[in-house]
Structures are given as structure tokens and as C-alpha cells.
Design a protein around this ligand. Structure first.
Ligand SMILES: Nc1nc2c(ncn2[C@@H]2O[C@H](COP(=O)(O)OP(=O)(O)OP(=O)(O)O)[C@@H](O)[C@H]2O)c(=O)[nH]1
Length: 340
């Protein structure tokens, strides 16, 4: 039987994003373990334990829910990591020897939720805090070293595996999501980021498609390597003119996409004007300025990114037809307007 798209989607998300997988695991524990325990403690009038179980269940459950909704695991990761420390302390405070075994998955999970130094600090705080609070249950100096050393080993294992996973992901991202010639994001990264940004249905700024003018002539006249150097210079120069919130992608060939994610059309126009100026000043081939044409579309929700990009592309073709070295704007319902 073939997977439905939704099923394949959540399975892919779990397999590809280990922070999301760990948050999901935490969410499951919160729902099937902590929440029933909170109810049980309340029914047996153990109010403090009921309250702490309920707080943990809500915090971890909400973090997992938020991560699934937004696919953003940064804040949920922190919430769950801190909740884990709180939970382990609560176990120490309640002096429940058997429940101290929760420390091991907790220490391990934190390495997949927050950066390694934070996971080390949180893990140490959780284990030492719980050990100090359950000194008696651990058998004092007899049990304590075992508890600490086995947790340290768990932490070292978590550190090694999470660091290897991080490195692999970084390498994979560099190979699959960055353009090897210019170092900027490639079309695949653009699609991933646009799908993420446009999914909430709000307006996300403006998209511009930039295309180097007469690039074939540059290649034919100066060689393919000189053409490559122009593309590299152009990417560096455009990147330097962008704001922190803007994104640059190589769409393919001599075509780039700029996502001007913040501010209104006037702010986007100012950035594009800056780009035009710096490219003209700093990207040269045999002392001659290299120019580009651009089409820009201001996004209006709920337009899809594909439709927005198609409008920017249509505007680019108008810029080429009108003589190149210019920026043509279009917005939904309006005809394209030209600014050189
Ligand atoms: N050096 C180099 N050339 C490339 C690369 N990718 C595509 N090209 C070349 O880019 C050129 C694009 O040419 P055209 O599509 O005719 O466009 P153009 O000459 O820039 O003309 P206009 O866009 O109409 O101004 C082709 O010659 C491609 O071979 C690349 O990675 N490096």
C-alpha cells in the first residue's frame, strides 16, 4: 500500500528532524505518562506531586505541539530541556528512588534539544541536584558515584552522537542546499524556506528575480571561468548589500532570487537600488560594468510563493524587453511598472 502524502510527510519529518522526534517522544510521555499521573496524584490528594506532574505535562506537551505546528524546534527544545531538569529535581525532591531512572533519558534527550554546552550544564544541574536531594535513597556515598558516573557516561554518549548528527546534517546541507559556485542558497533551499515562510498565510514581503544582462556574451568573449567569476562576485556583492533578514538564492544559470522579507515596498525598493549601485560599481569584466535586470513582486496573502515568483519572473522578462539594466515592479491587480 502506498503512503498518503500526509502520512509520508509526518514520517519524513520525524526521520529527518531529530529535535522534532525527541520533542514528539517527550509529548507522548507527557500525554500517556505524566498527565494520568497528575490525575492520579490529584485523586489521592497528593497536591504538590499532582501540580508538578501537570506543569511538566503541559510544558512538554505544549512544546511538542508548537514544534509540530511551526516546525520550529528551537524554543520548544529549550522549554522541554528546562522541563526535564525541573522534572528530575522534582523526582529528587520527592525522594523516589525508582523514578530517578528518568534522569538517563532526560540527560540524553537534552543533547538533541539544545546546544551541547547548554545540555552539559543542564544535565549536570539535573543529576547533581537530584543526587543531592535523594542522597538518602541513593545510599549516600555508596550509590551516589554509580548514579553520577552512569549519568556522565550517558551524557558523553549523547554528546558524541548529537555532535556527529549535527556535523552530518551541516555537511549534507552544504552539499544539497548551497550552490557550490557562489556559496549562496540554491533553488532547493529557496523552495524549503519559501514553503516554510508562506505556510502561515501572512504577507512575507517581496520577491525579486535578478538576471545578469548579456551573460552569454561575457562567457563567449572572456571564457566560462571569467563568467563563473562574475557570478561569484555578483553573489558576494549582492549579499553584502542585503539586510540581515533578506535572503539570496541562485535560482539557476545566471539567475538569482532575492527575498526581501521585511518592511514595505519602499524598503524593498531601497535595498534593490543599493544592490543595483554596488553591482554596477564592484562587478566588472575587463573594466566594464556588469548589469542585471530584475522583476519584483510584492507578496499579498494568501498568494502562493510559486504565483508570486511567477509574477516576478514575468516582470523580469519585461525588464529584459524594455532594454535591460532596470528593475520592473508588479503587484497583484496592478500592471508592471518600471524603474531604472
Ligand atoms: N560561466 C557560466 N555560465 C553559465 C552558467 N550557467 C549558465 N551559464 C550560461 O549563461 C548563459 C545565459 O545566456 P542567455 O540565457 O542567452 O542570457 P543572456 O546572454 O544573459 O541574455 P539576457 O539574459 O537576455 O540578457 C548561457 O550561455 C549559459 O551557458 C554557469 O554556472 N557558469
Amino acid at each position: 500500500m502506498r503512503d498518503t502524502p500526509q502520512r509520508a510527510d509526518w514520517r519524513e519529518a520525524l526521520l529527518n528532524d531529530y529535535a522534532l522526534a525527541v520533542l514528539t517522544l517527550g509529548g507522548v510521555v507527557a500525554v500517556v505518562w505524566l498527565a494520568p499521573f497528575a490525575v492520579y496524584r490529584a485523586l489521592t490528594a497528593n497536591w504538590l506531586a499532582a501540580a508538578s506532574d501537570a506543569i511538566l505535562a503541559i510544558a512538554i506537551g505544549a512544546a511538542a505541539w508548537y514544534a509540530w505546528r511551526t516546525r520550529d524546534t528551537r524554543w520548544p527544545g529549550w522549554v522541554m530541556a528546562v522541563a526535564i531538569v525541573g522534572g528530575i529535581w522534582a523526582i529528587g525532591l520527592a525522594a523516589q528512588f525508582a523514578a530517578l531512572f528518568w534522569a538517563y533519558p532526560g540527560v540524553l534527550m537534552n543533547f538533541f534539544l539544545v546546544p551541547a554546552p547548554a545540555a552539559v550544564v543542564l544535565g549536570a544541574a539535573a543529576v547533581l541536584g537530584a543526587a543531592a536531594l535523594s542522597w538518602q535513597e541513593l545510599g549516600g556515598t555508596e550509590g551516589l558515584p554509580f548514579f553520577v558516573i552512569t549519568n556522565v557516561l550517558t551524557g558523553v554518549f549523547g554528546y558524541l552522537v548529537s555532535q556527529q548528527a549535527h556535523r552530518r546534517i551541516e555537511r549534507w546541507q552544504a552539499l544539497s542546499l548551497l550552490d557550490p559556485l557562489t556559496g549562496v542558497g540554491n533553488r532547493r533551499l529557496m523552495e524549503v524556506e519559501f514553503a516554510q515562510a508562506f505556510r502561515c498565510g501572512a504577507s512575507v514581503g517581496a520577491l525579486a528575480v535578478l538576471d545578469v544582462d548579456h551573460f552569454k556574451a561575457i562567457n563567449d568573449g572572456h571564457g566560462h571561468e571569467a563568467g563563473d567569476a562574475v557570478l561569484r562576485d555578483l553573489a558576494t556583492v549582492v549579499q553584502s548589500a542585503l539586510r540581515k533578514t533578506d535572503r539570496l538564492y541562485r535560482f539557476g544559470g545566471e539567475e538569482f532570487v532575492v527575498w526581501l522579507g521585511q518592511g514595505d515596498a519602499a524598503a524593498a525598493a531601497a535595498v534593490l537600488e543599493r544592490i543595483r549601485q554596488v553591482v554596477r560599481e564592484r562587478v566588472r569584466i575587463a573594466e566594464r560594468a556588469v548589469t542585471f535586470s530584475a522583476g519584483v513582486a510584492v507578496h499579498t496573502a494568501p498568494e502562493s510563493w510559486q504565483a508570486c515568483l511567477a509574477r516576478a519572473d514575468a516582470a523580469l522578462y519585461r525588464a529584459k524587453r524594455e532594454g535591460r539594466d532596470r528593475v520592473v515592479w508588479t503587484s497583484p491587480g496592478e500592471g508592471a511598472s518600471s524603474r531604472t
